[in-house]
Design a protein around this ligand. Structure first.
Ligand SMILES: Nc1ncnc2c1ncn2[C@@H]1O[C@H](COP(=O)(O)OP(=O)(O)O)[C@@H](O)[C@H]1O
Ligand SMILES: [Mg+2]
Length: 245
C-alpha cells in the first residue's frame, strides 16, 4: 500500500482537481484506490457526488481510532475508487491531531490497508499540525506548481521547512494550469528542471475541461478523456506509478 498527498502551501493551484483525476486514473488502471478529502471545503467530496459527512461519529472518532473506518468510507460511481469524505467538522482535524505522534494519519488508515493499493490525500493549503502528519505519513508529496516565480519560492519554502523538521518526504513537483503561449510560463518551466530534478515531466495544461469538473461532478476521464488535459492526467498517472515502482 502506497500513500500520496496532493499538497501545496498555496490554494487554487490544482490540488483538488489533480487528486480527483489522479485517483480516477489509478482506479481505471486497476488499482484499488481510497481518496481522503482532508479539506473542510469538501471540493473533492463534491466532485465525487458524495455528501460532506463523516459517518460513524465524525473526524473526532476517526482520529481517536474508535470509529469504524468502514462506516465513513463511501463507494463512488467509479469502480475501484472509494472516498473518505470531508465534513464541516474536518476543520477540527488540526486540533485533534495536536500532540499526536508522527504518522498518526497513517495509523488511522491501518485497518483498511489491505483493501487498497493506493491512498491519495487531498490537503488543505496550510502548514499546520495536519500537514506535519501528512509529511510523516505519505510516501511522497505531489506538489502542483503554476509556472510563476512566486510558486517556485513556495516550493523552496516547503523544502526548507521539511529539512528543518527532519522530514525525508520526497517532493515531486509538477506543473499545472500551464499556458504555453505565456513567455513567463516557458521560462519558469525551463529553470525548474535544474533546481528540481525530482519534478514530474508531465504538464497539465490550462483547460476548460478541468474547470467543467464542477459542473459535471466527475473526474475528467468520465467526460473529456480524449482532450489534452484528459490525456495529460492519464500520462501523469503513468509517470507517477512508474516512479512508485
Ligand atoms: N488545469 C486546469 N485548467 C483550468 N482550470 C483549472 C485547472 N486546474 C484547476 N483549475 C481550476 O482552478 C480552480 C482551483 O483548482 P483546485 O483544484 O480547486 O485547486 P486547490 O485544490 O489547489 O485549491 C478550480 O476552479 C479549478 O476548476
Ligand atoms: Mg483543494
Amino acid at each position: 500500500m502506497q500513500m500520496l498527498a496532493l499538497y501545496s502551501i498555496k490554494g487554487g493551484v490544482g490540488k483538488t482537481a489533480s487528486a480527483v483525476n489522479l485517483a480516477a486514473e489509478a482506479s481505471l488502471s486497476g488499482r484499488r484506490v481510497l481518496l481522503w478529502d482532508l479539506d473542510p471545503q469538501a471540493a473533492t467530496t463534491y466532485y465525487l457526488r458524495e455528501k460532506a459527512k463523516v459517518r460513524g461519529g465524525g473526524v473526532d472518532k476517526l482520529v481517536k481510532g474508535k470509529a469504524a473506518l468502514e462506516k465513513a468510507i463511501r463507494n463512488t460511481e467509479i469502480e475501484g475508487l472509494d472516498l473518505l469524505p470531508a465534513a464541516f467538522d474536518s476543520r477540527e482535524l488540526d486540533q485533534l491531531l495536536e500532540g499526536r505522534k508522527n504518522s498518526r494519519l497513517r495509523k488511522i488508515l491501518k485497518p483498511v490497508f489491505d483493501e487498497y493499493d493506493l491512498i491519495i490525500l487531498d490537503c488543505p493549503p496550510s502548514i499546520s499540525t495536519l500537514s506535519e502528519q501528512i509529511f510523516s505519513s505519505v510516501n511522497a508529496l505531489l506538489v502542483p506548481i503554476v509556472p510563476t516565480t512566486l510558486s517556485l519560492r513556495t516550493l523552496d519554502q516547503l523544502r526548507q521547512h521539511l529539512d528543518k523538521q527532519d522530514h525525508e518526504t520526497p517532493i515531486w513537483p509538477f506543473f499545472t494550469l500551464v499556458d504555453r503561449r505565456k513567455k513567463l510560463h516557458n521560462e519558469v518551466m525551463g529553470s525548474l528542471r535544474e533546481q528540481w530534478p525530482a519534478q514530474l515531466s508531465t504538464h497539465i495544461p490550462y483547460a476548460s475541461a478541468v474547470e467543467q469538473m464542477g459542473l459535471k461532478q466527475a473526474p475528467i476521464a468520465r467526460f473529456a478523456a480524449r482532450t489534452n488535459a484528459g490525456k495529460a492526467y492519464s500520462t501523469l498517472w503513468d509517470e507517477i506509478s512508474r516512479r512508485m515502482g
